[in-house]
Every structure is written in structure tokens, then in C-alpha cells.
Design a binder for this molecule. Structure first.
Ligand code: SME
Length: 159
């Protein structure tokens, strides 16, 4: 059983503890699916106000649904399409306050209002994107972005 001490005093503390928990969860485990599955569970349990947390993998230049927590989602997303596809194409974090105002946004769950997508890159190559959705507009701020980039850096070593 895994039971992590994750303090939610403030966002930097929350993400520091979450990053440490993720590091210990993936330590010594080379299987990327297992690591993404545990990462999505850890994120969904510990970050408030999410309705979806998970991964799309880069399979031959197309994003394919990976391990996640939340409602069933679209399976394949071309690079350049929607928020995840924009992150995959540009290798830039996409932090979207209102997904309904984002051109080409793919509505997998009508409840989603804001979204944060972090590309996970190793040696210049896109491995996957980490996708977080919230039912609240502007749920993600710069501290969430920095915290999730740190989670992505841990994952880049083990995907
Ligand atoms: N809304 C995303 C699609 C993936 S789901 O949110 C799980 C997008 O536009 O990329």
C-alpha cells in the first residue's frame, strides 16, 4: 500500500510533496504504462477540482489515449488538434482558462472548463502529454503550471 504525506498548505508545498511522492512511486520501475497509471491516480487524488487526469502517448506522430482517471475520452488526437494536439505540435505547455474559447478544442467531457497540458519530452523527443481538466474556469495558474512541469520532468525519465 502506498500512503503519501501530501500537505496542501499552499501550492508550492503541495507540488513539492506530490513530486516527491511521484519520484518514490516510479523509482526502479521501467514500465511506462504502470508509471502513467500510478501518476494519474496520484494526481487525481491529490489535486483538487479536477474531472480528468491522464496521458496521451506519442505513437508514431499521433496522440493515443493512455492511462487516466476520469470519464472515457477520445482515443486518437492528431498533432495540432485541440489543446493536447497543440502541446504535442509546439512542445509548449498549454494552459487554457476557458476551453470553449480555444479553437479546435476537443470536448471529451462536457464538464471540462479549463485545461493544462504538459508535453513530456526526453532528448528532444515527445513521449506523451500529461492532460489535466477541470470543471472550473481558470482552475490552473502559473504555480500549477510550474508544479506540473516538475511532475513531467520526473515522468520524462521513466516513460
Ligand atoms: N480536451 C482535450 C482532449 C482530451 S480530453 O480533455 C481528455 C483537447 O482539446 O485536447
Amino acid at each position: 500500500m502506498y500512503d503519501f504525506e501530501i500537505a496542501a498548505a499552499d501550492k508550492p508545498t503541495l507540488y513539492r510533496d506530490l513530486t516527491a511522492a511521484l519520484e518514490s512511486l516510479v523509482a526502479g520501475e521501467p514500465d511506462p504504462i504502470a508509471n502513467m497509471a500510478n501518476a494519474s491516480a496520484l494526481i487525481m487524488e491529490n489535486l483538487p477540482d479536477l474531472n480528468w487526469a491522464g496521458f496521451y502517448r506519442n505513437i508514431g506522430g499521433e496522440l493515443v489515449l493512455g492511462p487516466f482517471q476520469g470519464r472515457a475520452a477520445c482515443i486518437r488526437i492528431p498533432f495540432g488538434k485541440g489543446v493536447c494536439g497543440a502541446a504535442a505540435q509546439t512542445l509548449q505547455v498549454q494552459r487554457v482558462e476557458d476551453v470553449h474559447a480555444f479553437p479546435g478544442h476537443i470536448a471529451c467531457d462536457a464538464a471540462s472548463a479549463s485545461e493544462l497540458v504538459v508535453p513530456i519530452v526526453r532528448n528532444g523527443e515527445l513521449l506523451a502529454v500529461l492532460d489535466l481538466d477541470s470543471p472550473s474556469k481558470a482552475r490552473f495558474d502559473a504555480e500549477d503550471e510550474a508544479g506540473c512541469v516538475a511532475l513531467g520532468e520526473v515522468l520524462a525519465r521513466v516513460l
